[in-house]
Design a protein around this ligand. Structure first.
Ligand SMILES: NC(=O)c1ccc[n+]([C@@H]2O[C@H](COP(=O)([O-])OP(=O)(O)OC[C@H]3O[C@@H](n4cnc5c(N)ncnc54)[C@H](OP(=O)(O)O)[C@@H]3O)[C@@H](O)[C@H]2O)c1
Length: 309
């Protein structure tokens, strides 16, 4: 039994009546693992299901899981996240991000579980030069973004007690991510080329998870943008990691353009999210991305360089 499988009496009556049961899809992913851990730490019953335990593309399996666990809420973090690969296998991206989300939304509505669907800044085309708020028009540039937006539409159509939470540039302790890669490269090299013409907001998975848990405790349903406050380019993000980090200190992040690093999927040049919905619904502001990064590297930099915890 793995760490994230925190409910061991599955199928039986809940161990503690009255304790909030929250089901997490994609619980072995970067965000799903942090969410599951935080739920357990907050005294909730966390039902973290990995892809092996619940494949969201299987409608009957999703329905059965919700009938069995009867969660009060679901944090839907499972997704097809291979942004470049999605360009050559769009059916797989839509199967998971659109129809998988439809299955989760229908099953959650059937047992009256609140739903939190995690979406992406890639629903925007990046032509703005001002942060995108929740009311800005969407125009995804790639298959991944379009498939996640299709997931948003299913959630809106099929579930009334739902939160759609768009986030960006997520990193944390688990799984592969930009910060881990830069910590390693910064140790191995004196200079690293990093794109300097895409601007966004790095988001610490723990900060995002904390916000998701705050949202789900309320009935202030709707669309939310949740990312680290402030913004930077990928190069500035990399340089901040080098400047903070654990023997990586002396590396230089050298600016290059997106055109110099062609990838199959187009990405928005600018995807900073404005947090209007958090502000207007009385939720605490997200902290600055630099502050979160500094704390993250101070706490976990050494263990990340030495290997996956
Ligand atoms: N990472 C970012 O920068 C970022 C930015 C914006 C939005 N998001 C969104 O944030 C959420 C969490 O992303 P993440 O960073 O945690 O990604 P991740 O590490 O790739 O986690 C996604 C998880 O979903 C699982 N999964 C894939 N297909 C599934 C299926 N059919 N049924 C059940 N589980 C399935 C994956 O399992 P396998 O590994 O076994 O395939 C993986 O464990 C996603 O909705 C993503 O779109 C992420």
């Amino acid at each position: 039994m793995k760490l994230y499988q925190l409910v061991k009496n599955a199928g039986g009556p809940p161990q503690q009546e009255g304790k909030l049961r929250v089901l997490v899809t994609g619980a072995n992913g970067q965000l799903g693992r942090v969410v599951t851990e935080r739920l357990a730490a907050a005294g909730r019953t966390a039902i973290g299901l990995s892809r092996q335990e619940l494949d969201i593309t299987d409608a009957a399996a999703v329905r059965r899981a919700f009938e069995r666990f009867r969660p009060h809420a679901v944090i839907h973090a499972a997704a097809y996240t291979a942004v470049d690969r999605a360009e050559s296998e769009p059916d797989e991206a839509y199967r998971t991000n659109a129809y998988g989300t439809r299955h989760v939304a229908l099953a959650a509505a059937a047992v009256r579980a609140k739903l939190v669907y995690v979406s992406t800044d890639y629903v925007f085309d990046g032509r703005s030069r001002e942060p995108y708020d929740e009311f800005a028009p969407t125009a995804p540039l790639n298959v991944y973004g379009r498939s996640k937006l299709a997931g948003e539409m299913f959630v809106r159509e099929l579930h009334r007690q739902a939160f759609i939470v768009r986030t960006s540039w997520v990193y944390g302790r688990h799984g592969g991510n930009f910060v881990k890669t830069m910590l390693r490269l910064g140790r191995e090299r004196t200079a690293v080329d990093v794109v300097d013409d895409q601007t966004g907001s790095p988001t610490l998975a723990d900060d995002l998870a904390a916000c998701l848990l705050r949202l789900v405790d309320t009935d202030r349903y709707g669309l939310y943008h949740v990312s680290g406050a402030g913004s930077c380019t990928w190069r500035e993000f990399a340089q901040a990691v080098f400047d903070l980090g654990f023997g990586a200190g002396k590396a230089e992040a050298r600016p290059v353009t997106t055109a110099q690093f062609p990838r199959p999927a187009r990405r928005p040049a600018y995807s900073v999210l404005d947090h209007r919905a958090l502000r207007l619904n009385g939720f605490p502001p997200m902290r600055d991305w630099r502050e979160a990064l500094a704390e993250f590297i101070a706490k976990h930099g050494r263990e990340l360089l030495d290997g996956e915890p």
